[in-house]
Design a protein around this ligand. Structure first.
Ligand SMILES: NC(=O)c1ccc[n+]([C@@H]2O[C@H](COP(=O)([O-])OP(=O)(O)OC[C@H]3O[C@@H](n4cnc5c(N)ncnc54)[C@H](O)[C@@H]3O)[C@@H](O)[C@H]2O)c1
Length: 460
């Protein structure tokens, strides 16, 4: 049911549902729906019966991504409460959304000590603080927009699902790629039948070395116990998208990977605990915090900088002198792998391989999909679809099809748009990333981790 819905939703997103007809012919006994050639329709604003009200738990980076949708489309979404322990973030967020003092809280627990005062809760707290607010919100009858990963343990994911089903709540998991035009286009191509029988898929996530150092060596997601294994923290998107594209259950999974580079034994001679401590190799180190944050002013979205430009430089220097982002990448307390491979066997003899890599100069997931009658080559920007029967090739570029101007190729706000409609109509079928659908990719992630640690092949 999820898959037929996914297909319907993908076609709907591409503006193809109303056409409804098969334009292509048949070849080798399989009908090809050539409507996949058509350009996606421009996004339509949701037709809501009322403005949906929501409380944000965690006004950091992601809380602001979804909050900014409300700022842009105030008749659709109104943020009426916030829980955030960092005073500056709480102040800025409350001011931006005009939140009453009585609905500003230091921590998520306080929200649920009040009677229910909104339609929904947006959970954008750190990974280890998803389970608590999700369970409390569902118990009080709130609908949820829940950041991925769902929770830190499989049992916790199941608890959340059980409570959501028991209380009949709408829960969207923020698998934002499902809402971006590129990923939907790939889904439409696969579902059209132009590739014939799906045979195998290769999917590669190049994290990019500086991104790796920022998030998974120095930053918030560096320690498995505090957050999640990187295969979930970073790559549950990929496992989810592979499962969605393939449209078949995963049967077996195995995985290898480790933390090979970012550890003390690889620290160059003369390096110091901080880049600002007179490190002898700072000038040539690709991970110099001085270069990344101060000189280039990149990767600053977790820095809480002053709004006025002149004070920013000083704040960055203070941060890299005292805070986590100035630490030497070889002397952090990180433990998550910097490279991991996952092999997957899906039903119908479909195989897939996933690689997550830190050491690239580029970002942008690369995918190759092989079918009996055609193949797809894509890099999140350009897509090339080849039909072996006709030799015909279609080139597609995401910039010509940008839907909503937001992160993840428009997926961030695409998700909010669909979630608002689902909440308004109390119809989870308007979402592709429901909680129930998202469980399988999380299961695969937890089992991949088990396989990596135990050197086993796990049955899903
Ligand atoms: N969907 C995606 O593509 C995507 C991308 C990045 C991060 N994420 C996920 O989103 C979540 C948030 O990530 P982020 O980058 O916004 O991190 P962040 O650190 O910028 O934001 C988290 C916020 O939660 C606040 N917080 C901490 N304890 C709290 C408490 N007890 N009550 C209320 N708030 C509390 C923190 O102070 C912080 O401001 C994480 O689970 C992360 O894995 C998802």
């Amino acid at each position: 049911m999820a898959d037929s819905h996914s297909r319907r939703a993908a076609l709907k997103a591409l503006g193809l549902v109303s056409l409804g007809t098969t334009l292509g012919g048949t070849a080798f006994g399989k009908t090809v729906d050539r409507t996949y050639h058509l350009a996606p329709a421009a996004p339509v604003a949701p037709q809501l019966s009322k403005t949906i009200t929501a409380i944000v738990c965690g006004a950091g980076n992601r809380g602001n991504v979804y909050g900014n949708y409300a700022a842009e489309y105030p008749t659709q979404l109104d943020i009426v409460g916030v829980a955030e322990p960092i005073p500056l973030r709480n102040d800025r967020f409350a001011k931006k959304h005009n939140i009453d003092d009585q609905h500003r809280f230091v921590t998520w627990e306080d929200v649920f000590k009040q009677p229910k005062f909104a339609d929904a809760v947006i959970i954008t707290t750190p990974d280890n603080l998803h389970y608590g607010p999700a369970m409390a919100a569902l118990a009080m009858g709130y609908d949820l927009l829940l950041e991925k990963p769902i929770a830190q343990r499989w049992q916790e994911c199941q608890d959340i699902l059980n409570l959501a089903e028991k209380n009949n709540r709408i829960v969207a998991v923020c698998h934002v790629l499902r809402y971006s035009p590129y990923y939907r286009k790939v889904k439409a191509v696969i579902d059209s039948g132009v590739l014939g029988e799906l045979v195998s898929l290769q999917h590669f996530e190049p994290i990019q070395h500086v991104h790796m150092s920022h998030s998974y060596v120095r930053g918030n997601w560096r320690r498995e116990a505090d957050t999640n294994p990187i295969i979930l923290a970073k790559s549950c998107h990929d496992l989810d998208i592979m499962r969605w594209w393939i449209g078949q259950p995963c049967e077996y999974v195995s995985s290898f990977g480790s933390l090979k580079w970012f550890k003390a034994e690889n620290a160059p001679p003369g390096s110091t605990l901080r880049c600002t401590d007179g490190c002898a190799v700072e000038a040539t180190c690709p991970y110099s915090a001085k270069k990344i944050y101060y000189e280039k002013r990149t990767w600053l979205h977790h820095f809480d900088l002053p709004e006025a430009e002149p004070a920013r430089g000083e704040a960055i220097l203070k941060n890299i002198t005292e805070g986590p982002y100035g630490r030497c990448v070889y002397h952090c307390d990180n433990d998550v792998p910097d490279h991991q491979v996952v092999s997957l066997q899906f039903a119908n003899q479909i195989t897939a391989n996933f690689n997550m890599e830190a050491f690239t100069h580029y970002q942008g997931r690369r995918t190759r999909i092989m079918g009996s009658m055609g193949d797809v080559v894509g890099d999140e920007t350009d897509l090339l679809v080849t039909d072996f029967r006709t030799g015909e090739q279609e080139k597609w570029n995401v910039h010509e099809h940008a839907a909503l101007d937001s992160g993840h190729g428009g997926g961030d706000w695409g998700l909010v748009r669909d979630w608002l409609q689902a909440v308004d109509q109390q119809d989870a079928a308007l979402l592709t990333s429901t909680l129930a659908t998202s469980m399988e990719s999380h299961r695969i992630g937890f089992l991949a981790e088990q396989s990596r640690h135990n050197r086993t092949v796990e049955k899903v």
